[in-house]
Design a protein around this ligand. Structure first.
Ligand SMILES: NC(=O)c1ccc[n+]([C@@H]2O[C@H](COP(=O)([O-])OP(=O)(O)OC[C@H]3O[C@@H](n4cnc5c(N)ncnc54)[C@H](OP(=O)(O)O)[C@@H]3O)[C@@H](O)[C@H]2O)c1
Length: 349
């Protein structure tokens, strides 16, 4: 099988990493990588890591021809017009933006500050977290990939939600994220002198990804969630670590938590439980995940204050965007979800 793919927004960070994965994917041929700013210029000028793999130029979105799948790697609010254009054309759509992640149209004004332009299309999209919705994704032509912080947070807590163990108002998530999470567009807050060395709290309340986290945990547990989510910008380029402090609504032993996580993720090749007794890397560490599609999760019970601490880590540009998009595409086309991505990370790095 050869799957033809177009990438809209290929000059950005998610589009670039998606392209990095697709150029060695055994079943995919990239037909077009778009950029309006760099149309006609070599892709390797913007993504120099792709030298020897990509010898074509960016094209304008107006020039692209039909393909089996289109990836939308565009800013929030820019994907909806493309979805309207491609829907029902026979092209499968994998959207990396936030435009189709929330099921309830009322959640868009709440978390994004505007009405959804096409609320009737929301129900056509599956939330593209394979570990939760694998069977739906396989049958779907339209997948909305989760946010990177949401991916880390939801996967950290999903097994507990499935067991209805979470106190829906007893969750505090403290997340750290690297600078690539903000995309390639210039912003003074991500300019090197302003960004280097920071441990910056940038959205201690009201972060948009909270809506997705509450949606997915709520559906799993069958309850309405109020999650306290606070992200921080830290001295990393790639990577997220989410430390989730949760209250459980019944007493459990460590052995039970092991069983719950092992059982929930038994068919999820990209999930690893990391909880070692010895060594430098006893818990999930984003540094070890750079360039990979793995989600690592670990936990510790704190009987002193009746708390469970769950740590989840990913590379935001792979499992948090481009890799997850390919994992979804693999499922949508009946391939093994690992195809093109089954490789370890670097150590040391
Ligand atoms: N960065 C992350 O870690 C991450 C993780 C998960 C999801 N996401 C989401 O993924 C999307 C892309 O993020 P990013 O970090 O890759 O952003 P980025 O680096 O700023 O790239 C944005 C891309 O979109 C293109 N673009 C902008 N407006 C467009 C339009 N109207 N039509 C076509 N192309 C357009 C830009 O291309 P030209 O200006 O060159 O045309 C550029 O290639 C966002 O919705 C973001 O929220 C990002």
């Amino acid at each position: 099988m050869t799957i033809s793919a177009n990438i809209i927004g290929a000059s950005g960070y998610t589009g670039g990493d998606l392209l990095r994965i697709l150029v060695t994917h055994p079943e995919v041929e990239v037909k077009a990588a778009t950029s309006e700013r760099f149309a006609g210029e070599p892709v390797k000028k913007i993504h120099p890591n792709l030298r020897s793999f990509v010898d074509y130029n960016f094209v304008s979105v107006k020039e692209i021809k039909e393909a089996d799948v289109v990836f939308l790697c565009v800013p929030h609010g820019m994907a909806a017009p493309y979805v309207e254009q491609y829907m029902d054309s026979g092209t499968k759509i994998v959207d990396l933006s936030a435009d189709f992640r929330l099921h309830n149209p009322a959640d868009y004004p709440k978390w994004y500050g505007h009405e959804h332009p096409k609320p009737e299309l929301l129900k056509k999209f599956v939330y593209g977290l394979p570990e939760l919705h694998r069977e739906q994704i396989k049958k779907s032509n339209y997948v909305a990939c989760p946010g990177c912080l949401s991916t880390t947070s939801i996967l950290s807590l999903a097994p507990l939600a499935k067991e209805k163990l979470l106190d829906p108002n007893g969750i505090v998530i403290d997340a750290k994220i690297g600078s690539s999470g903000g995309g390639a567009a210039f912003d003074i807050s991500t300019h090197h002198p302003e960004r280097v060395g920071v441990v910056r709290s940038y959205k201690p309340t009201g972060h948009r990804h909270t809506g997705e986290i509450e949606q997915e945990l709520g559906e799993l547990q069958g309850a309405k969630f109020g999650v306290a989510f606070s992200p921080h910008a830290v001295e990393l380029v790639r990577g997220i670590l989410a430390t989730c402090h949760v209250r459980l609504n019944k007493q459990v032993k460590e052995v039970d938590i092991w069983k719950i996580y092992r059982s929930f993720y038994k068919d999820s090749p990209f999930v690893r439980i990391v909880k070692e007794k010895e060594g430098h890397y006893r818990y999930p560490e984003p540094k070890l995940l750079a360039g990979t599609n793995f989600f690592d999760v670990g936990f510790e019970l704190d009987s002193h204050v009746n708390r469970l601490v769950v740590m989840g880590a990913i590379d935001n540009l792979v499992k948090g965007s481009g890799g997850q998009a390919v994992q979804n595409m693999n499922l949508m086309f009946g391939l093994d979800e690992k195809t093109g991505m089954w490789r370890p990370g670097l150590h040391p790095i």
